[in-house]
Design a protein around this ligand. Structure first.
Ligand code: URA
Length: 425
């Protein structure tokens, strides 16, 4: 077996054999297949695709590249959620303690933001003292004692994906349905959760820009999960506009705590409860009432214990950026567009995200939204507040917003799109 014959096969639109897939994933993980060869194969896959049989084998090979976690010692059923990534997507923060408070164990291995999408670990690291890196034993310990844990995946979990994802990120090969599906599902299956709910984002701020592609991605992942004995469902959710009223690490923690305190923006509450119900159903806990658990303060109690178990101080003041700049509405009318990609890019330029994996993020940087699509706007009213420690970034952030905020004449009929667009089971 050699890399060139595998690349040529996919370049010429052939179906890869099981042996070719097993070999190329194993040889790449060991360093025998070079980055430039894998990057060429990833581009051939992006352009020519893989069928369901190839995707299943590719996923299995990535799972087999590392360890599998074992939660069989837990007495509660395990339930996990994975989002394909968006702007202002802080849902994991209220969701994990909420579902734990309803009786499930929630092992949430999360990632960092790259590009315009935020990462859950970056958000939680805005909390003074909070630690993302746990050993497998520590993770199991927090899961057993608190019921939910949010932490970084250990180096032993799907190492083939770690290498391949970093390569795809710098070679323009992220946006491939077979590669995204196998990347996400190899980690989730190796993690060993009993059930999984996928939040597949659709719209300008997501990898999938249209519903047909999102449906295909969701169906592929649901099939992969089900074939590996993980009860898997997916919600397709709107990422045309940011979720909630904040994008940026500490700003999103503040908003999540508002949700746990019984307030917060309606779209964040709606999606948190919808995903909680899906997770509880899949875990066999369909009788629990997450709305009641959110309202009675038990989810907040779990949040505080979860943060403390990882060294964080839930009462410490959150970091605030040194400088603010308010963007006012240029005209009166109905806000019809607040584009998720434009807001995500602007927040990233303000310092909320990173260009390279090793870059630091500014915990206080980001954007507060003062209106959402469908709202009536008066000329001159504040629309957005930009936050940063590096005010020289304001100009490029404002440039990123150009064309992303549209106001129609007063009285123009406009119905905002729903948050939940479809469900795949
Ligand atoms: N998230 C992942 O883990 N992998 C992808 O390929 C895309 C999003």
């Amino acid at each position: 077996m050699d890399a060139i014959s595998v690349i040529r096969a996919k370049r010429d639109r052939a179906e890869l054999t099981d042996d070719q897939i097993d070999w190329v994933i194993d040889a790449y993980t060991r360093g025998e297949v070079a980055d430039e060869q894998m990057s060429s194969l990833a581009m051939a896959i992006l352009l020519n695709g893989m069928n369901r049989k190839e995707i299943a084998r590719w996923t299995a090979a990535m799972i087999n590249s590392g360890e599998r976690m074992d939660f069989s010692s837990l007495t509660r059923p395990t339930a996990d959620k994975h989002s394909t990534g968006g702007v202002g997507d802080k849902i994991t923060l209220p969701l994990a303690p909420l579902v734990a408070a309803c009786g499930a164990a929630v092992p949430q291995l999360s990632g960092r933001g790259l590009g315009h999408t935020g990462g859950t670990l970056d958000k939680l690291e805005a909390i003074p003292g909070w630690r993302a890196q746990l050993s497998n034993a520590e993770m199991l310990d927090v899961l057993g004692s608190v019921g939910s844990v949010v932490c970084a995946a250990g180096a032993g979990l799907a190492p083939a994906d770690k290498k391949l994802y970093a390569l795809r990120d710098v070679t323009g090969t992220v946006e491939s349905i077979p590669l995204i599906a196998s990347s996400i599902m190899s980690k989730k299956i190796a993690e060993g959760t009993g059930s999984l709910v996928l939040d597949v984002k659709v719209g300008s701020g997501a990898f999938m820009k249209n519903l047909d592609d999102a449906r295909e991605l969701a169906a592929t992942m649901v099939e992969l999960g089900t074939d590996h004995g993980v009860r898997t469902t997916a919600l397709l959710t709107n990422m045309a506009t940011p979720l909630g009223l904040t994008a940026g690490n500490a700003l999103e923690v503040r908003e999540s705590v508002e949700v746990l305190a019984g307030g917060g923006p309606a779209d964040v509450v709606e999606l948190t409860l919808a995903l909680a119900r899906e997770m509880l159903d899949a875990a066999g806990l369909g009788d629990a009432d997450p709305a009641k658990v959110l309202a009675d303060g038990s989810a907040m109690d779990h949040w505080r214990r979860m943060i403390q178990a990882q060294g964080g101080d839930p009462d410490a003041p959150l970091p605030v950026a040194r400088e603010q700049h308010v963007v006012n509405a240029a005209a009166s009318g109905v806000l019809t567009t607040l584009d998720a990609y434009a807001v995500g890019l602007a927040a990233w330029r303000l310092g909320a995200g990173r260009a390279r994996k090793e870059d630091p993020v500014q915990p206080g940087a980001g954007i507060e939204l003062h209106a959402k699509p469908g709202d009536e706007i008066q000329a001159g009213q504040p629309l957005l507040t930009l936050h940063t420690d590096t005010p020289e970034k304001f100009a490029s952030a404002i440039e990123a917003l150009d064309g992303g905020v549209l106001i129609a004449p007063p009285g123009t009929p406009f119905t905002p799109a729903p948050i939940i667009l479809d469900r795949i089971a």
